[in-house]
Ligand binder design. Structure first.
Ligand code: SF4
Length: 457
């Protein structure tokens, strides 16, 4: 058993002294989708709407909604909120299975609050210590796995062409309407963002982790306002992180780096990390993330690494069925960046779960061998950290998880439907971009031709 597993099980025992379903993340962590007025704690439960009347006089209701306070009551009483199924399922598979409930409660921003939140002070309005926030859905990209509630470019396309005719339909606006997830238009006042800034002076006092996501955060003036606030009122215990697609005009990246240069680590913030995304390299990466231009991406990346000599940048590769064939090149290119910039660039490889029809586990076994080779390549390079290699290994194991034959055929059919329509709408060509995947494409095409499923209407 690793040290982390041991600590997680000790944390489980401490939580269970309060109740068998107690989880600190319900108090200490929040993800806020301010552009559509949604909140959830932690990021696993489906986000719920923040009632505007609850915000009157209490901006902390961005986190402390009545809905969430009820779930906390349930936890303190030993009941399992159904929205936390992700953890219950893992815990029910065996007595020592480690769920995110133990891990998130163990985190340095959670654990110190164990006594405080077990005291059943339900009327309290706790300020979270870890916050992820999206101020706006404005985005210049429409990545293949994204959605119109997160990207304004996707919204434009969906308004023009409608949903994709997969089973069920992908990015159907009806779903976003009935679940109340549509973003507030950019040209309208956003009461959730206003409440956030009212809350900020109090919130920032105990904040340990703050991550800005989007949309594209560098297209939101609120991102720059956060940096200015930290210059005015330093928060030396705060770890700040920003996600960026690094596909915005250079002038914005320069403005961002100029402000960051003024933030002194250990004074204005504890530290700062930039997260960016790339799921392959070159033309294939540009295909997956529509809007990406590799040249501009690399110019912006180099600019930040050169002007901020301490800055760590994490490249997140949301590993999907289209990532496999370009992975060797990506590993080589990232290794070069690591060598040039003192290993300040790292690679994180989480796998894509949704949409399921282009998860990497729909690929046939010959692609598993390609990924095995890529893993060997990475392992042979000492410049990659152990945790980077471990994440890649987990991705490979997950990719090999078998799907039942009917599900596999259905997913491949939807893969074919989706990327045929994608090419038609975006003027791209799957086969010209991924010639190595031609036989897989034909497999998907024949799944479509032989289907007995009715077409989507
Ligand atoms: S129980 Fe699990 S899903 Fe629920 S808040 Fe805790 S970590 Fe998240």
């Amino acid at each position: 058993m690793t040290e982390l597993e041991k600590q997680a099980l000790e944390m489980r025992d401490q939580l269970h002294r309060v109740s068998p379903s107690f989880c600190l993340a319900k108090w200490t962590q929040v993800t806020l989708h301010l552009h559509s007025g949604l909140t959830h704690s932690c990021h696993h439960p489906v986000p719920h709407k923040i009632p505007l009347e609850e915000l009157k006089g209490n901006p902390s209701a961005l986190h402390n909604t009545k809905h969430k306070i009820e779930r906390r009551k349930q936890m303190l009483a030993g009941e399992r909120p159904s929205e936390c199924d992700f953890c219950w399922k893992i815990e029910d598979t065996g007595p020592n299975q480690i769920s995110d409930r133990y891990l998130k409660s163990l985190d340095s921003w959670s654990k110190p609050h164990l006594d405080r939140y077990s005291q059943k002070h339900l009327a309290d309005n706790p300020n979270p210590s870890s916050v992820e926030v999206s101020f706006s859905s404005k985005c210049n990209f429409k990545c293949a796995y994204c959605a119109p509630d997160i990207s304004s470019k996707w919204m434009e396309e969906t308004l023009e062409f409608g949903a994709y005719p997969t089973h069920p339909s992908f990015n159907n606006l009806h779903y976003f309407q009935v679940t109340d997830r549509l973003p507030i238009p950019e040209n309208q006042a956003n009461p959730y963002v206003e409440a956030f800034w009212q809350w900020w002076p109090e919130l920032a006092k105990e904040l340990k982790v703050f991550r800005i996501t989007g949309g594209e955060p560098l297209l939101s003036p609120n991102t720059f306002r956060v940096l200015e606030e930290l210059l005015k009122t330093p928060r030396p215990e705060l770890s700040l992180a920003v996600n960026s697609n690094l596909g915005v005009p250079k002038v914005l990246v320069q403005k961002f780096s100029t402000l960051l240069q003024k933030l002194e680590p250990g004074i204005n913030t504890k530290d700062f990390t930039l997260f960016t995304s790339l799921d392959s390299w070159g033309k294939q990466a540009e295909y997956i993330r529509t809007g990406l231009k590799m040249d501009l991406f690399l110019e912006n990346l180099h600019h930040l690494l050169e002007t901020l000599p301490e800055l760590p940048i994490v490249i997140m590769c949301t590993f999907n069925a289209l990532s496999v064939v370009g992975l060797d090149r990506m590993i080589d290119e990232v290794a070069e960046l690591k060598a040039r910039f003192n290993n300040r660039v790292s690679l994180d490889i989480p796998f894509l779960r949704y949409p399921t029809f282009f998860s990497a586990n729909i690929l046939p076994p010959e692609f598993h061998s390609m990924l095995e080779n890529s893993l060997r390549r990475m392992r042979s390079m000492p410049i990659f950290w152990d945790h980077e290699k471990l994440k890649m290994q987990r991705t490979l194991e997950w990719m090999k998880t078998p799907l039942d034959p009917q599900t596999l055929t259905n997913e491949r059919e939807d893969f074919y439907i989706y990327f045929s329509e994608f090419d038609r709408r975006r003027g791209t060509s799957f086969l010209n971009t991924f010639p190595e995947m031609e036989s897989f494409w034909k497999l998907c095409e024949s799944a479509h031709q032989n289907t007995e499923r009715p077409p989507w209407t």
